[in-house]
Write a protein that binds this ligand. Structure first.
Ligand SMILES: NC(=O)c1ccc[n+]([C@@H]2O[C@H](COP(=O)([O-])OP(=O)(O)OC[C@H]3O[C@@H](n4cnc5c(N)ncnc54)[C@H](O)[C@@H]3O)[C@@H](O)[C@H]2O)c1
Length: 244
C-alpha cells in the first residue's frame, strides 16, 4: 500500500506509544511527517518541531511550522495527551490546568490554525485521539474523561463545520492500549506492568489489550482517502470491550 504518496502530516505526541506507531505507519505509507513532542531528537521523520503544547504560541504555530518545513500540510493527528486520576474531589488546580491544556486547548489551537491552511489548498484530514472514556463515563478519572468527551464533541462539531471545505475531522476512541501512559499508571499503583497488562487482557473479548499499532492503523485509515466519506465520526477501537 502507498496510501500517502506526496502527502504531508503533523503528529503531536510523536514520542509516545501510539504517536511513534502513527509516525512509523504514515512514513511506511509514503507520507512526509513533522513530529511534535517535548523531545523529538531520536525520532525518524522529515521535520522535528519540539516544544510544550501548554505554551499557546507553540500550539498555535505548529501547523504553519509543519507547512513551512514540509511545503504542504494534508494531515494533522492530535495525539498528545495526559491522564490524571481521581474523582473531582481529588483533582487539584494543577491537574485541571494540565488536563484541559494538553487534551483540549492544544488540539483546539492546532485545529484552529491548521484548518485555514488546509482549506486554502483544497482540504485535508484531521484525526483526534479521544478515548472510549470520551463517549461514556469511566470510574475515578473524572477530569480525564471530561477532556476526552470535550475533544470528541469538538471533533463532531468541526467535522460538521468544515466538511464544505473538504476537511474531514474524525476521532479514534481506544480502550486500554499498551503504552507508557498505561504502564506508568500501573507502576505508580505498585503493580508489575507486564503482569497487569496480561491480566487486563483477560477482560477484553479479543483476549488482549491493544498494542499501539492496532490504534495507529485505524488512525491511518481515517487520515486516508479510504475514509473519504467519514466526517465527524468517533470510532471506538476496543477489542470488543465496552466501557462497563
Ligand atoms: N494508553 C491508553 O490506554 C489510551 C487509551 C485511550 C486513549 N489514549 C490516548 O492516546 C493518546 C496517546 O497516548 P499514549 O498512550 O501513546 O501515551 P504516551 O504517554 O505514551 O504518549 C503521550 C505523548 O504526549 C506527549 N505530551 C504530553 N504532554 C505534552 C505537552 N505538554 N507538550 C508536548 N507533548 C506532550 C508526551 O511527551 C508523550 O510523548 C493520548 O491522547 C491518550 O489520552 C490512550
Amino acid at each position: 500500500m502507498n496510501y500517502f504518496r506526496d502527502k504531508t502530516a503533523l503528529v503531536t505526541g510523536a514520542a509516545g506509544g501510539i504517536g511513534a506507531a502513527i509516525v512509523k505507519q504514515l512514513r511506511t505509507e509514503g507520507a512526509r511527517v513533522a513530529v511534535a513532542d517535548r523531545e523529538v531528537a531520536g525520532i525518524d521523520a522529515e521535520a522535528h518541531l519540539p516544544g510544550d503544547l501548554l505554551e499557546p504560541a507553540y500550539a498555535d504555530g505548529l501547523p504553519q511550522a509543519a507547512f513551512d518545513a514540509l511545503g504542504s500540510l494534508d494531515i494533522v493527528v492530535n495525539n498528545a495527551g495526559v491522564i490524571t486520576r481521581g474523582s473531582v474531589i481529588n483533582t487539584t488546580d494543577t491537574d485541571w490546568a494540565l488536563s484541559l491544556g494538553v487534551n483540549v486547548e492544544a488540539p483546539f489551537r492546532v485545529c484552529r490554525a491548521a484548518i485555514p491552511i488546509m482549506a486554502e489548498r483544497g482540504g485535508g484530514a484531521i484525526v483526534n485521539v479521544s478515548s472510549c472514556w470520551g463517549v461514556r463515563p469511566g470510574p475515578n478519572h473524572a477530569i480525564y474523561c471530561m477532556t476526552k468527551a470535550a475533544i470528541a464533541s469538538l471533533t463532531q462539531c468541526m467535522g460538521m463545520d468544515h466538511a464544505h471545505q473538504n476537511i474531514r475531522v474524525n476521532a479514534v476512541c481506544p480502550n486500554e492500549v499498551n503504552t507508557p501512559m498505561l504502564r506508568t499508571g500501573f507502576i505508580k499503583r505498585g503493580f508489575d506492568p507486564d503482569t497487569a497488562v496480561a491480566e487486563l487482557g483477560k477482560t477484553v473479548p479479543l483476549g488482549r489489550i491493544a498494542e499501539p499499532e492496532d490504534i495507529a492503523e485505524v488512525i491511518i485509515f481515517l487520515a486516508s482517502d479510504a475514509a473519504r466519506y467519514m466526517c465527524g465520526a468517533l470510532v471506538e477501537v476496543n477489542g470488543g470491550k465496552p466501557v462497563g
